[in-house]
Design a protein around this ligand. Structure first.
Ligand code: F6P
Length: 319
């Protein structure tokens, strides 16, 4: 393979730039031509494609976000636009594509793969919701950002002796809540994978109050089946304790990537470019334990993320 493209798609994640750098520089080292596609699949449909050189990705390792920009393309879900994307790639002579993104982005890539383009998925999403890999790029940074914020919130929550519900990202996957809640010493962790029992939380809070507990931190993933403001209201009504909500939102998605995310991005980005050079079938690259792995793209997409119940139980026991 001589000419490859790379794009970032879906929600941005810290470390996407480090992955891009690894793709571009590995591709160039292997004497391939590398083209950057701006604004994800939207940009692809518009032909926003530019050749990248070694210096194009200089000084970006430490930067959050994505210098290629990103988008969620609705029209790319339609077959006629998928055909159009292949025509554009053919017009530029691009035979292989690295897609840095999450589930939706890989699903888009699969459609291109079915039309003859070799596609390599690099897991870029803070959600850590991909089944085939232990970790995704951006997750570690997001968790560390949440940890810092929890510690700030703890100060004011304890001073006022309040309950505080902190909503973190994660529509289907509770990993950000679980990892930040466990390591941030939260009193309760609410995730979409485990049904929430508000009465039991109220009972625990009241028991704690009797025992002299001054405040409570509740980390709640956004995808949990009770709205945050409703939960706050019920807690306050039942326990009589002043309760506040903090929705962390996009603060979690920005910032300079941690060492772990930079490393994950570098090894998976490099592997994706290498796989294109080797001309193998479309795959998704990730990590299991210390090993960099790749899984056939469709199979990777079909693998359901396993929720680590043991970790959740440990967090509950330690809280
Ligand atoms: O990137 C994943 C994610 O951060 C989710 O956790 C969140 O629900 C969503 O993106 C929000 O994305 P948008 O940028 O479309 O508002």
């Amino acid at each position: 393979m001589k000419r490859i493209g790379v794009l970032t798609s879906g929600g941005d994640a810290p470390g996407m730039n480090a992955a891009l750098r690894a793709v571009v520089r590995t591709g160039l080292s292997l004497d391939m031509e590398v083209f950057g596609i701006s604004h994800g699949y939207e940009g692809l449909l518009e032909g926003e494609i530019e050749e990248m050189k070694w210096h194009s990705v200089g000084d970006i390792m430490q930067r959050g976000g994505t210098i290629l920009r990103t988008a969620r393309s609705k029209r790319f879900r339609e077959e006629k636009w998928q055909d159009h994307a292949v025509n554009i790639l053919n017009a530029f002579g691009i035979e292989g594509l690295v897609v840095i993104g999450g589930n939706g982005s890989f699903a888009g890539g699969l459609q291109l793969a079915k039309r003859g383009i070799k596609v390599m998925g690099v897991p870029g999403t803070i959600d850590n919701d991909l089944g085939y890999t232990d970790y995704t790029i951006g997750f570690d940074t997001a968790v560390n950002t949440v940890l810092d914020l929890i510690s700030n919130i703890r100060d004011t929550s304890s001073s006022h002796e309040r309950c505080t519900v902190i909503e973190v990202m994660g529509r289907h996957c509770g990993d950000i809540a679980l990892h930040s809640g466990l390591t941030g010493g939260a009193d309760f962790i609410l995730v979409p994978e485990i049904p929430v029992d508000v009465n039991s939380i109220c009972r625990e809070v009241l028991r704690g109050k009797q025992a002299g507990k001054r405040h409570n931190l509740i980390i709640k993933a956004e995808g949990v089946d009770i709205a945050t403001n409703e939960l706050v209201q019920r807690l306050e009504d039942v326990t009589g304790i002043e309760t506040r909500e903090v929705v962390l939102g996009y603060i979690q998605r920005g910032g300079s990537p941690t060492q772990r995310d930079r490393m994950l991005a570098s090894v998976t980005g490099a592997k994706a470019a290498r796989l294109l050079y080797d001309d193998v079938e479309s795959r998704a690259v990730g990590v299991r334990g210390e090993e960099v792995i790749s899984v056939e793209l469709e199979e990777a997409l079909n693998m359901k993320r396993e929720f680590i119940k043991d970790l959740y139980d440990l967090a509950t026991r330690l809280s």
